[in-house]
Ligand binder design. Structure first.
Ligand code: HEC
Length: 127
């Protein structure tokens, strides 16, 4: 019984650390300031630039959530096509790599934080 209580306390403590980020947590920390807590965008970032609505990405990409586009937008790879204003998130890119299989079936080592954000945003899409 004692052991069980200690184990539970450890789990509770672990939950307080940033070591195990969630997609929602990462989004709140890094993205919500511009794209809004509900991901619907709307905040004026600068000079009339408005952070876009991220809940319509699937809709505006032929009904499929554009995973590669989203992740390459965050890491700056697709910057020419998108961001003049949005920062590149170096810290997110330092998270451990996991294998993500791209839509062409190519296994691609991808930082875990990008995968978590991707998963979170794909769950925020309008139907
Ligand atoms: C400083 C404000 C700012 C922050 C912080 C920010 N963004 Fe952006 N984001 C923008 C702006 C502005 C655009 C529109 C393109 C541009 O002008 O740079 C954009 C575009 C995007 C796009 C492309 C949308 C489309 O319709 O094509 C995605 C995806 C995106 N952001 C995801 C994110 C994610 C995920 C985060 C957090 C890791 C984030 N952004 C953080 C301002 C921001």
């Amino acid at each position: 019984m004692k052991f069980r209580a200690a184990a539970l306390a450890m789990i509770a403590l672990a939950g307080c650390e940033d070591e195990t980020p969630t997609g929602a947590g990462l989004y709140a920390a890094y993205c919500a300031g511009c794209h809004g807590a509900d991901a619907r965008g709307g905040a004026a970032v600068s000079d009339g630039v408005i952070a876009p609505d991220l809940t319509i990405l699937a809709k505006t990409h032929g009904g499929t959530f554009p995973e590669a586009y989203v992740m390459s937008t965050i890491d700056g790879y697709a910057r020419e096509q998108t961001h003049g204003v949005m920062p590149i998130f170096g810290k997110l890119l330092e998270t451990p790599l996991e294998t993500w299989v791209d839509p062409d079936g190519v296994p691609t080592p991808t930082p875990r934080a990008l995968l978590l954000l991707n998963e979170y945003l794909s769950g925020q899409q309008e139907s």
